[in-house]
Design a protein. Structure first.
Length: 94
C-alpha cells in the first residue's frame, strides 16, 4: 500500500538543510522529513500522556517534590541519567 502524497513549502535555508541531511544520511529528503514528523508526533503524544498522568496524580493528591524534579532534570543528558521521578508528596491521606 502506498502512502498518499503530501507537499509543503519550505524556506530555502530549511530546504537546503533537509537536502544536505538527506545526502549525509544516504536517505531521501522525504524520508528525513517523514522521520522528523514522526519524532514530533511521538514527542507530542508522550508529553500529552505525561500531562494526563500528572493531572490524574494531582487529582489524587500525589505530587513530585521540587528536589526530585530538579535532580532528575539536572541528570538529563549525563552519563548517570535518572529515571522519571515518581510522586513522593501525598495529600488527602489519612
Amino acid at each position: 500500500m502506498t502512502s498518499p502524497r503530501f507537499t509543503m513549502r519550505l524556506e530555502p535555508v530549511l530546504k537546503d538543510w533537509l537536502e544536505s541531511e538527506a545526502k549525509r544520511s544516504d536517505r531521501s529528503a522525504s524520508y528525513v522529513a517523514k522521520q522528523a514528523i514522526q519524532a514530533l508526533k511521538d514527542k507530542t503524544e508522550a508529553k500529552a500522556d505525561m500531562i494526563r498522568t500528572a493531572v490524574t496524580l494531582a487529582d489524587q493528591g500525589a505530587f513530585i517534590s521540587e528536589g526530585k524534579v530538579t535532580d532528575w532534570f539536572e541528570s538529563l543528558g549525563t552519563e548517570n541519567e535518572l529515571s522519571e521521578p515518581e510522586a513522593d508528596v501525598f495529600l488527602n491521606r489519612a
